[in-house]
Design a protein around this ligand. Structure first.
Ligand code: ATP
Length: 389
């Protein structure tokens, strides 16, 4: 039985004055899936996430959470929780109080802290904090305690309720932020670069933990990052954004192996891009550029006789004997050695001046290529993906 998606965006556009942050974006996130919004800084990822969360209202288009149109609902009225890069924890409060605050926001049990904890005129920051603490403590029912404890177990901070958040490491603080968002058992968890402030090693560990947690809980995740490796590692689906547009939606393999546009090919991983005139023939398709004819994968969307491009990944290009007999086979000269470990990285120049980066598994010393050496390069047409813009 197919169920409705947990999140649906329909033609969502968000403008801030003259700036169009998000333009005509539509996608669905199926129940229990991990979708990542990926793209460079300023492409509209966070704004899209904030439209789902309710911190922004779309200028045009609709947001649905499980069939319910939520455009006009406040964040706390939606069945979503958000984790921020900055953690946004309350300082001078304990871990338990911070996590319990997630429940207060949802009104479990009794009044919401968003109302009850709000600052009154002249009260000042210290006064507001004190009243917030009083509120959280007053609500310390057994149910809240039990849920806080359960959630802290989940994020691997068991028994840490009474620790002051100021004493925790960055990684621990992020776990508290995660617990605060998870304690409400939301349908959808929204995460805005949640690992951005962590060092690389911790970040890698947390990627695995987060993915495991998501699989275990079966909660739908919508995750924002500009880090392609993070997206490729964690996601069921990746929505690649560029200048407010959704460029491509697909799983990691599709995004990497079959990029739809030049932007996606270039942004995800490393690639060689060649522009030229696209032509169809009885064997498939070619792109002619600077006097060489490259055999490429046919693309229905490509414009025959028009300027198009193809992308071939460095690891798909073969050198020497392995290159012979492939759909594309050319003589070339090695012009640069970028890295010579077990995985060698070389730059070769074809006779028409095109330079290609090639990754090569080095199995024995004799395979090392020094600058100036003549070499045969080749790749199959299927690995030369024709792009349409
Ligand atoms: P980053 O990775 O740097 O956070 P992003 O992809 O999340 O970038 P957004 O934060 O969504 O991008 O911003 C998209 C565009 O909208 C940017 O040009 C940004 O300056 C603009 N923008 C975002 N929020 C506002 C706002 N409140 N007022 C005006 N412009 C905004």
């Amino acid at each position: 039985m197919s169920s409705s998606p947990d999140v649906s965006l329909r033609n969502v556009t968000k403008r801030f004055g003259d700036v169009t942050a998000v333009e005509d974006v539509s996608f669905d996130v199926e129940r229990g899936k991990f979708l990542t919004l990926l793209g460079p800084s300023g492409c509209g990822k966070t704004t899209t996430l904030r439209c789902i969360a309710g911190f922004e209202t779309p200028t045009e288009g609709d947001v649905y959470i499980r069939d319910q149109r939520v455009n006009t609902l406040q964040p706390f009225e939606r069945d979503t929780s958000m984790v921020f890069q900055s953690y946004a924890l309350f300082p001078h409060m304990t871990v338990g109080e911070n996590v319990a605050f997630g429940l207060q926001m949802q009104g479990i049990p009794g009044e919401r802290a968003a109302d009850g904890g709000s600052r009154t005129e002249g009260e000042g920051r210290g006064g507001a904090l004190a009243s917030l603490k009083r509120l959280v403590r007053r609500e310390g029912s057994e149910e809240v305690d039990a849920r806080v404890a359960r959630t802290l177990d989940l994020v691997e901070l068991p028994g840490m309720q009474d620790r002051d958040v100021d004493e925790l490491s960055g990684g621990q603080q992020q776990r508290v932020a995660l617990a605060r968002a998870l304690v409400t058992e939301p349908t959808v968890l929204l995460l805005d670069e949640p690992l951005g402030a962590l060092d690389l090693k911790l970040r890698k560990n947390m990627q695995v933990e987060l993915k495991d947690l998501q699989t275990e809980l079966g909660i739908t995740f919508v995750y924002v990052t500009h880090d392609q490796e993070e997206a490729l590692t964690m996601s069921d689906e990746i929505a690649v954004m560029n200048e407010g547009h959704l460029e491509q939606l697909g799983d990691a393999t599709a995004i990497y192996e079959e990029p739809a546009t030049e932007f996606v090919a270039d942004f995800i991983g490393e690639t060689n891009l060649v522009h030229g005139e696209y032509q169809r023939d009885e064997d498939g398709a070619v792109i002619v550029a600077n006097g060489l004819t490259y055999r490429v994968r046919p693309n229905e969307g490509a414009n025959e006789g028009g300027e198009e491009a193809f992308a071939v990944r460095p690891e798909k290009i073969r050198l020497g004997d392995e290159a012979r007999g492939l759909d594309n086979e050319f003589g070339a000269e090695v012009v640069d050695e970028i890295y010579k470990g077990n995985l060698g990285k070389f730059v070769v120049e074809l006779e028409n001046g095109h330079r290609l980066t090639v990754d090569m598994q080095i199995r024995d010393q004799g395979q090392y290529l020094s600058v100036g050496r003549e070499v045969t390069v080749g790749w199959s047409a299927d690995n030369a993906v024709t792009l349409t813009e």
